[in-house]
Design a protein around this ligand. Sequence first.
Ligand code: ATP
Length: 292
Amino acid sequence: MQRDLRLDNVGRRYGIRGPWVLRGVHLTVPPGTLIRIDGPNGTGKSTLLRLLARIDAPSEGRVTGRPRTAYVPERFPTALPFTALGYLTHLGTVHGLSRPAATRAALEWLDRFGAASYARTPMAQLSKGSSQKVAVVQALLAEPELLVLDEAWTGLDADARAELERAVAERTAGGTAVVFVDHDPSRLAGAPDATYTVRDTGLDRRTEPAPSNPTGPHVIVVVQGPRAAQLPTDVPRTVASVEELTPGTHRLTVPASHSDVVLRTLLTARPSWHVVSVSQERPAQPETESRR
Ligand SMILES: Nc1ncnc2c1ncn2[C@@H]1O[C@H](COP(=O)(O)OP(=O)(O)OP(=O)(O)O)[C@@H](O)[C@H]1O
């Protein structure tokens, strides 16, 4: 994603005399950021995501920036006359892959989500959880610059939920912006750069960008590299903090949801880094006074 996606003074209502669902919304989505949208039922979260994904247009205001976008809708159409693999291969070719490359990529992604065994099952016969995996894979397959996830974890089994968290962390580390809605407040806890609540047709920002000390579980990774080597560029953006212990040896505090990605980035970097240790961050000692 080359530049920010922006919503300027955006409003949306359904029908010319319908009530405003969103109004006066300003939102900037920079490349590589993870943004959570929350709010009570029926306040307009899905409406906002459809505007970001450009599958709906605002009634007023402007949306600028046109990243290559993939979207997992709240309700994925399952009654499609394809097998899972046929559908994903077709979409892969729409995204510019050759047919063999699209089939390969589709099978790889289905495998990551534990869905390879029903690659050749007609979509209409898939269970809800299985078709949700196809919904997720169709979005990831597109290698988007902006990934919009509307309750994408709903219906997935535990392994697939963890895989989607990993895929989100990988994509954001690679520069993709991800905007998501999820009913589970612990989803990607500590990882979002910002959380917005939809309230009274507007957006309230709940956190500052790129929190230096996000909440949620963290792991401590100690890595050693060549003496003067810089950490791979994606790593400092992904971790909560970096401390250089001795020249070439760094102690990284990493949100647990991002640890796989950080480790993979370090191990596949050239020159590669030696991972000295990986441990859970110790919980903070109880404090005598409550912190506000
Ligand atoms: N296509 C549509 N036509 C008419 N009204 C709509 C349409 N889509 C949404 N609405 C209305 O807009 C409001 C916001 O709906 P939206 O689905 O965006 O909210 P939400 O916060 O995502 O809800 P939920 O948490 O229940 O998914 C609701 O009153 C809904 O009925």
